[in-house]
Design a protein around this ligand. Structure first.
Ligand SMILES: Nc1nc2c(ncn2[C@@H]2O[C@H](COP(=O)(O)OP(=O)(O)OP(=O)(O)O)[C@@H](O)[C@H]2O)c(=O)[nH]1
Length: 297
């Protein structure tokens, strides 16, 4: 069998549904999704298989006007994903367009040499009439090779998109073994899962500049895994919020994260979290490396 293999960069405004789409294409959870914007910090890859084709998906962080160093690092990670790609996939939230974030992306896409595909997402939730109109508007701006209407959530339109992407993949050996769905190491994925719970359970109380760092990841003889992580926040007040009354909050976060980890890893998990205040963590080089980002000056 001749193998095909290629890279698809997934680009979109924050919250457009990139992570959900990658998960839907891969067929299982690899990237972290949440209702809060900009949760995708590390550049996680999803790997989808379709016939003889391996489709490597770069699930890029939301691209937005970078101000602080952390934001710039996220943008750099996003475009790094796009530079080596065989195709660029622009995903658009058809319910909440976020034009101010979408337009610069369309502008940048115009001049790029790669094949381009427009994915209009969340068709389950929006007004059907405006979909064609949106497609027309965007294809007038950028020459897309194909347009798909999908719901990453329900899976509607996903098989069609997947087989189209598969046909685009150049001939070449697979880069990853058949059973691998993500190249993010399990310890990093474990941190992402905890971070997702932090956002889920604290909502607006916590600014998005909290990080989860891996400390230890040890396979125990009894077949379980011991995971130790540090939650880094910038101020004492934030630490108190994460801990909650008598530690109730951190306990709930740990419990939910542990449950999900057990499911994802398929083994028993012992999870230990502790919260650390580090005022300038967003300016600290080591932390970037630990959470899977390159340091950007
Ligand atoms: N109704 C509906 N909701 C969706 C669909 N796809 C994604 N969502 C929701 O939209 C929100 C954002 O989805 P994510 O996949 O986290 O978005 P993202 O683009 O990866 O977000 P960032 O990492 O912040 O850039 C989540 O609450 C999803 O459940 C869809 O097809 N239909």
């Amino acid at each position: 069998m001749t193998q095909h293999c290629g890279l698809v960069a997934v680009i979109g405004a924050p919250n457009a549904g990139k992570s959900t789409l990658v998960n839907a294409l891969v067929g299982q959870k690899v990237a972290i999704t949440s209702a809060k914007a900009q949760t995708t910090r590390a550049r996680l890859l999803g790997i989808a298989l379709e016939g003889d084709a391996q489709i490597i998906l770069a699930d890029t962080p939301g691209i937005f006007a970078p101000k602080r160093r952390l934001d710039r690092a996220m943008v750099a990670a996003a475009w790094e994903g796009a530079q080596e790609a065989d195709a660029l996939l622009l995903i658009v939230d058809t319910v909440k367009l976020r034009r101010h974030e979408l337009m610069p992306l369309l502008e940048t896409l115009k001049d790029r040499p790669e094949r381009k595909v427009l994915v209009l997402n969340k068709v389950d939730a929006g007004a059907k009439e405006k979909l064609l109109q949106l497609a027309q508007e965007f294809t007038a701006e950028v020459t897309f090779d194909e347009v798909f209407f999908v719901s990453a959530l329900t899976g509607d339109g996903i098989p069609e998109l997947k087989s189209w992407l598969a046909r685009l993949m150049p001939e070449g050996p697979w880069h990853y073994p058949e059973d691998q769905v993500s190249d993010a190491s399990e310890r990093l994925l474990a941190c992402e899962i905890t971070r997702e719970q932090l956002y889920r359970q604290l909502h607006e109380e916590l600014p998005y500049d909290a990080a989860v760092r891996p400390e230890a990841y040890t396979q125990r003889k009894d077949g379980s895994v011991e995971i130790r992580q540090q939650i880094v926040v910038a101020r004492d007040g934030q630490r108190a919020i994460v801990l909650g009354k008598r530690g109730a909050r951190i306990k709930a976060i740990g419990e939910a994260a542990r449950k999900e980890l057990t499911e994802v890893l398929g083994q028993k998990v012992h999870l230990f979290l502790h919260v650390k205040v580090e005022e300038n963590w967003a300016e600290t080089k080591d932390i970037y490396e630990e959470i899977g980002l390159d340091w950007v000056k």
